[in-house]
Every structure is written in structure tokens, then in C-alpha cells.
Design a protein around this ligand. Structure first.
Ligand SMILES: *Cc1c(COP(=O)(O)O)cnc(C)c1O
Length: 424
């Protein structure tokens, strides 16, 4: 029996998060035994170059010596106390230093928890119920966020999953990413009822889509005008596209920021934070309830702090950005050589590629119109060549500090062979 078949006997769908099951690309998922640097070792004895990086956290590369040592030291001192530790203060301090818009922070254990809590806080702080989000952005799987745009009136949402009450959908307004006019229309009509806008400032869950000039600025000014809370969901982009996240690149201060992925260095940490006056509404200082038995867990704080310290090396982001750009441009070159239309994006250690002649990709509809059949063939061609990209055309990719020139050029020469097979 295959490892996946055995897993399916006990685990729902054989996986603990759906995209891992390869449903979008077909075939059976690869089981990972261990990883070091840029390389994965599979249970069937293959060595693969990894561009998933646990979906973002492994920015220093897998099993980085400093992170592993910090976790072992923390483990030997006890796994969890449910009482304050200095490690929590140190990580919080480091995050506030990297992202000056964050004056106070609260640690949680997943990105889903961070966005759910930030939205409750925004609603509690403003005394309003409605929220705005954007099609193609992903903010975790809490009820209020599993709502998509309805087909009828602009503002009427529908649940995107069974189990989400339709009554909740009326409070979530889903608009088109990079369409500031739609945001202005909704605020003009409902501005006094809107608690917050939540947005991925660089979208990374519909492949990779950067904001057009003026889009994030419009969100900031609408929130200012109507006293709504602007939430940047930087669970993916935080410490990934720049040390200070996308908010540093675009020089826009959100009111609240959600973090995850890199902030835990590969262990389950996430966080939300921002303006001190808003954060003062969270219990115990304020009335908005939020809590977590394992929040700020010492092992997780140790992994997060060691990871953020690794990012402070001078020139870290310059070299990460250069190698990511080399990969993205290289893929575009190789595709062009093979006559396959491909639109690429890169920022810091994050990249995207879409099988489309319609680039640059700036709208959700452009991503969904892309050629997923070509992606599927490319994905499996690369997997057979021992290069592991995300098993879905709607995910971004990640380069780590451990990806050197050798890994990048090896990837590109393998990609060249795979693209040559795609033409027919
Ligand atoms: C991954 C992700 C989340 C959800 O984080 P989990 O830890 O998987 O719950 C939320 N927002 C964004 C932008 C993400 O990329």
C-alpha cells in the first residue's frame, strides 16, 4: 500500500491541509522524510530542490543550525507553562522593531487565528459589523472570511463553504483586488457600517499579484475618511518581501497587521498587532475577548526569534531578492525560448508564475483564466526532475537564503528540459 493510501485510512483525505493532497495537479503527494537547506529528502529516497518552504516559514532554509539550537535549548527548559516568559517579550520587541506600525502585539498559533482575532478587534473597536475583503485573497478559514462575492448586487456575499451561516455572509463584502473605484463606491454607500478592510498587500494566494499604484493608497484614505480599520494581512509577505513586509515596500501604515508563517520559523506561531489605541481594546485591557492556551509557546517563540535574528544579517534581503529575481526571470526566459506564454512576478523571496499571455497579471480574473493544464504538466515534469513547486497554479513560491546560485541554475536547466516538452 502507498504511504498516501495508508494515510487515507486514518486521516481525512490523507492530509492535514487540503492543498497537500495534490487534488489540483493529480497524482499522489510526495511524503517528506527530512529537509536541510534548500533540499527535501523524500520517503522514497529522492533529493528535491524545494520552492514551497513549508508555504513560507523556512526563509533561512530547512533545519537552520541556529533555529534548531534555539528550539532544543527551549525544549530542555520545559515545553509550556501557560504563564509569561521573557522569550515572548523578546520576539514581540523584535517584530515591533521590524514593523514600526506595530505598537502592541498579541501572539497566537495560526494565521487563521490572527486574522479572525484582528477582525473581531476591528469590529469591537469600531462598533460596526461589515468587513471588506478581496476576491482571490486568502485570510485563513474562519467563518467571516469564507465568503465570496455573490453574483447579484455588488455587496451581497455568499458562503464559499458549506457550514458557514448565510446570515454571516451579509456582513462580508468581497470586491475585486486592484479596483479602488469599487471600494470607493461601497464606502460612499455603507461607509459608516464598515469596521475594516482586510487585504493581502501583495496577494500570494491567487498565485502572486502585486497591488497597482494607488490601490493600497485608496484603501488607506477610505479607511481614514470613514474611520474604518485597515488590516494588512502579512501572514505571507511579512519578513518575506522585505524585513518590514509589504508595508515597508509601499510605505503605507496599516492600523493592524496580521503575521504568521516566518514569525514562527517553522513552528506554529502567528500574531496580530498595530495601533496601541486599537490593541487596548483586547482583553485584559479592553472588552474584546481573545485568548490561547499555547499562545506564545516557548519553543515557538525561540524558533521565531532565531529566525528573525537571521534576517538581520547585512545584505540579507538584497541577495535573497537577487536570487529570486534570477529564478523568476530565468523561468520567463526558458518559457519564451520554448514558445510557452508565462507571466512572472518576484518580490524579496517570493515569486509567482502564471501560464498566460495576458501578463502582467493584476486581476483575479486573469489568474483564473490562465492555462491550468499547462501548469499541471509543468508541475509534474518538474517533480519528476526533483524540483518541488507548490502543487497548485494558485499558490506563490518561496526562495530561501539557502538557495544558492547552484540550486537556481540547476532548477533553470531542469525547467528548460521540461518546457521543451510542453509545446506540443
Ligand atoms: C497562510 C495564510 C493565512 C492562514 O494562515 P494559517 O496559519 O494557515 O492559518 C492567512 N493569510 C495569509 C495571507 C496567508 O498566506
Amino acid at each position: 500500500m502507498s504511504l498516501f493510501a495508508e494515510a487515507k485510512k486514518y486521516i481525512a483525505g490523507g492530509v492535514n491541509s487540503p492543498v497537500r493532497a495534490f487534488a489540483a495537479v493529480g497524482g499522489e503527494p510526495v511524503f517528506i522524510k527530512s529537509a536541510k537547506g534548500a533540499w527535501l529528502q523524500t520517503e522514497d529516497g529522492r533529493q528535491m530542490i524545494d520552492y514551497v518552504g513549508s508555504w513560507g516559514p523556512m526563509i533561512l532554509g530547512h533545519a537552520h543550525a541556529d533555529v534548531i539550537k534555539a528550539v532544543i535549548d527551549a525544549a530542555e527548559a520545559g515545553l509550556s507553562f501557560g504563564a509569561p516568559t521573557v522569550a515572548e517579550t523578546r520576539l514581540a520587541q523584535k517584530i515591533c522593531e521590524f514593523m514600526p506600525s506595530i505598537e502592541r502585539i498579541r501572539m497566537v498559533s495560526s494565521g487563521t487565528e490572527a486574522t479572525m482575532s484582528a477582525i473581531r478587534l476591528a469590529r469591537g473597536f469600531t462598533g460596526r459589523d461589515k468587513i471588506i475583503k478581496f476576491e482571490g485573497c486568502y485570510h485563513g478559514h474562519s467563518d467571516s472570511l469564507l465568503i465570496k462575492a455573490g453574483s447579484g448586487a455588488l455587496t451581497l456575499g455568499v458562503p464559499s463553504s458549506p457550514g458557514v451561516p448565510t446570515g454571516l455572509a451579509e456582513h462580508t463584502i468581497t470586491l475585486d483586488f486592484n479596483d479602488p473605484a469599487a471600494v470607493e463606491t461601497v464606502f460612499a454607500e455603507l461607509g459608516e457600517q464598515i469596521a475594516c478592510i482586510i487585504v493581502e498587500p501583495i496577494a500570494g494566494n491567487m498565485n502572486m499579484v502585486p497591488p497597482e499604484p494607488g490601490f493600497l493608497e485608496a484603501l488607506r484614505s477610505q479607511c481614514d475618511q470613514y474611520k474604518a480599520v485597515l488590516i494588512f494581512d502579512e501572514v505571507m509577505t511579512g519578513f518575506r518581501v522585505a524585513k518590514g513586509g509589504a508595508q515597508e515596500i509601499f510605505d503605507i501604515q496599516p492600523d493592524l497587521t496580521t503575521l504568521g508563517k516566518i514569525v514562527g520559523g517553522g513552528l506554529p506561531a502567528a500574531a496580530f498587532g498595530g495601533r496601541a489605541d486599537i490593541m487596548a481594546s483586547i482583553a485584559p485591557d479592553g472588552p474584546v475577548y481573545q485568548a490561547g492556551t499555547l499562545s506564545g509557546n516557548p519553543l515557538v517563540m525561540a524558533a521565531g526569534l532565531a529566525t528573525l535574528q537571521g534576517l538581520e544579517r547585512p545584505g540579507f534581503y538584497a541577495s535573497l531578492g537577487e536570487r529570486t529575481r534570477q529564478l523568476a526571470d530565468g523561468l520567463a526566459d526558458v518559457a519564451r525560448g520554448a514558445g510557452v506564454p508565462l507571466a512572472v512576478e518576484a518580490a524579496g523571496g517570493m515569486f509567482g508564475f502564471v501560464f498566460s499571455a495576458d501578463g502582467p497579471i493584476r486581476r483575479f480574473a486573469q489568474v483564473t483564466a490562465a492555462n491550468t493544464e499547462l501548469f499541471r504538466k509543468f508541475f509534474h515534469g518538474m517533480l519528476d526532475s526533483n524540483v518541488y513547486f507548490a502543487p497548485s497554479a494558485f499558490e506563490a513560491g518561496f526562495v530561501s537564503d539557502a538557495h544558492g546560485d547552484e540550486e537556481i541554475s540547476e532548477t533553470l536547466s531542469r525547467a528548460k528540459r521540461v518546457f521543451a516538452t510542453l509545446k506540443s
